[in-house]
Design a protein around this ligand. Structure first.
Ligand SMILES: O=C(CO)[C@H](O)[C@H](O)COP(=O)(O)O
Length: 233
């Protein structure tokens, strides 16, 4: 069974109070999602290696870095070196998958493969063993607050089948438009790791929003179980 995990996306937090945004979900959020954007791979700019270093000084929550940048081969290992627990690179941007994933893992971090809604997972079947996480974008990357693309649901179901059939132990993550209205469909389709920005940091009580989202995912998907701290009471 997989653990239902909720990763608040700091892209939706108040940029003047990033440390507070991390601390307010401590003990409730499983990990924190840090979007790195470069104005090239996506038409937006956000966060960097310095953000990882700064966050590491205020919280122990594992950091999930989602690199929406060109040339991840060059930059991704540095995020692991600075203390990211997972570094996700985009299939559409990476050049040398074996070398880049090996360099991330050599720094002790997990590796993630992200694909945009229009990119088929099937193109990367022979490389999935190099990753610990598969991120299926449920929006076109670049901005928070977009509408969840229901058209990605069949792709999620197919990816879940593929991972199960091949006995691949990757976490299946989605990012974009995850909220109280969409999370149950995604959980039922096979997701276990949910990135949520607006639904967490747009809520009056972000920590309660994390708990509510996880409870919904657990209700919708019997294959999911709560994190150990909740299962223990
Ligand atoms: O990767 C991202 C944008 O490219 C963000 O993580 C994502 O948009 C989260 O925001 P929201 O939950 O508000 O959709």
């Amino acid at each position: 069974m997989a653990i239902a995990q909720i990763y608040p996306s700091l892209l939706a937090a108040d940029f003047a109070r990033i440390a507070d945004a991390a601390l307010v979900v401590e003990g409730r959020a499983d990990w924190l999602h840090v979007d790195v954007m470069d104005y090239h791979f996506v038409p937006n700019l956000a966060f960097s290696g310095d953000t990882v270093t700064a966050l590491r000084s205020v919280t122990d929550i594992p950091l999930d870095c989602h690199l929406m940048i060109e040339d991840p081969d060059r930059w991704a290992p540095g995020f692991a070196e600075r203390g990211a627990a997972n570094v996700t690179i985009h299939a559409e941007a990476v050049d040398n998958l074996p070398a880049t994933t090996a360099a991330i893992r050599a720094e002790g971090a997990r590796t993630g493969l992200a694909v945009k809604p229009a990119t088929p997972v099937e193109h990367y079947l022979d490389d999935l063993h190099r990753f610990d996480l598969l991120l299926l974008m449920t929006i076109d990357p670049g901005f928070g607050g977009q509408k969840f693309m229901d058209s990605v649901l069949p792709k999620i179901e197919a990816a879940r089948r593929l991972l199960d059939e091949r006995d691949l132990d990757l976490w299946l993550q989605i990012d974009g438009g995850v909220n109280a209205e969409t999370i149950e469909r995604a959980a039922a389709a096979g997701v276990d790791v949910f990135v949520a920005g607006t639904a967490v940091y747009g809520a009056a009580d972000p920590a309660a929003a994390v708990e509510a989202l996880r409870a919904q995912a657990l209700r919708a998907a019997p294959r999911l179980r709560p994190p150990a701290r909740e299962a223990a009471g």
